[in-house]
Design a protein around this ligand. Structure first.
Ligand code: MRU
Length: 351
């Protein structure tokens, strides 16, 4: 699998996910403003990938600050951080990565500015490398939840393309496949951006994992017909009570899963947990433009001036989630166990 985002000659290059699967094109970011644009335009998407891009963007921003004064440097860096943070509101990984970079810069007060810039560059690389490792651990924990011959439903794309590599929900699926389990995947197409159809299917086909796509509205029928054994999705932000923000449509899947006694799992690194937010109802939900619904490709399907409501994430209450799979282990029944997990693990998180 090609790298979603990486440093190349001191520029950040991303695979342009808007063009996939038919064109593999690089989007080159020479400045932090280019990174902001890429995140807003969905060149790069998926919570962990946005976090990594944000960290690289801040490093690009640091290189652009022309001063040798530590105070002026930090002031400007923190303004750039605030600008990057505004690019997308729901995935908390962006804030997590930017905070980590900023804390590091603040801890280097006695070092020359030129050295701090290099340290930030290296830290953004580390965030990328660590993410791949974390996803492999999530996969290791999660694979035991997947029975042999299971058919797994997934929503949106929580794969390599949404992360530094390997994926969260798709990481669990990859690990189960690598362990020799004969699994099949059903991917929701995931209107309106079609991350399921364009990205999830593409990734799984490349790995030789059997996969079929369905329209989003077919999921209930297939669950009722006994054709789905479990559901695994990623997450954009997890509140302290275990509620999960993820791609629009996740909530309704969780309700149907409960109705049909199908286990519903969420796979995410602990950087997706936001202990500051006590309930999913307080997670900011991004709304995007009407054209994303009215158009398919470059063509209007509905009347051009029609109104549309386009929330792009929703909240799945923790009561609908069987377990959250993290790199630190599995939180069974998060409705009851999320708070104790946070208390136990928070100090050891790289925050
Ligand atoms: O709008 P997107 O494509 O950024 O939304 C992505 C999702 O909702 C993913 O499921 C989530 O970020 C987890 S990715 C490992």
């Amino acid at each position: 699998m090609i790298a979603t985002v990486e440093w190349k000659d001191k520029k950040v290059r991303m695979i342009d996910q808007r063009k996939l699967p038919h064109k593999i094109e690089w989007y080159i970011c020479r400045s932090y403003k280019d990174v902001i644009r890429a995140i807003k335009l969905m060149v790069i998407r998926g919570a962990p990938a946005i976090g990594i891009a944000g960290a690289m963007g801040l490093a690009l921003g640091a290189f652009s600050i022309k001063t040798s004064s530590y105070e002026i440097f930090i002031k400007r860096l923190s303004e750039i951080k605030k600008e990057i943070l505004l690019s997308r509101p729901t995935a908390v990984n962006l804030n997590w990565a930017l905070e980590r970079m900023m804390r590091l810069a603040l801890s280097l007060k006695d070092r020359p500015v030129s050295e701090i810039k290099d340290v930030l560059f290296m830290e953004s690389k580390k965030i990328l490398e660590e993410d791949i490792e974390l996803n492999k651990k999530i996969g290791e924990y999660g694979k035991d939840l997947v029975p042999d011959e299971a058919t797994i439903l997934t929503h949106c794309n929580a794969g390599s393309l949404a992360t530094g590599g390997y994926g969260t929900a798709l990481g669990v699926i990859r690990a189960a496949h690598e362990a020799g389990k004969k699994i099949k995947v059903i991917a929701d197409e995931t209107r309106p951006w079609l991350q399921g159809l364009r990205l999830t299917i593409f990734e799984l086909m490349q790995d030789g994992i059997p996969v079929s796509v369905i329209v989003d509205s077919a999921a209930g029928y297939l669950m009722r017909s006994g054709k789905i054994d479990l559901i695994i999705t990623g997450a954009d932000r997890i509140a302290a009570n275990g509620d999960v923000a993820n791609k629009i449509g996740t909530y309704q899947l969780s309700i149907m899963a409960k109705e049909h006694n199908i286990p519903f799992y969420v796979a995410a690194p602990t950087s997706t947990i936001d202990p500051q937010i006590d309930s999913g109802d307080k997670i900011p939900i991004e709304y995007r433009g009407a054209d994303e619904i009215l158009k398919i490709g470059n063509r209007y399907i509905g009347p051009k001036d029609a109104e549309a409501i386009n929330p792009v994430f929703d909240i799945t209450p923790s009561t609908n989630i069987s377990a959250i799979i993290t790199e630190k282990g599995i939180i069974e029944n998060p409705h009851e166990n999320m708070k104790s997990f946070i208390l136990k693990e928070e100090n050891s998180w790289t925050r």
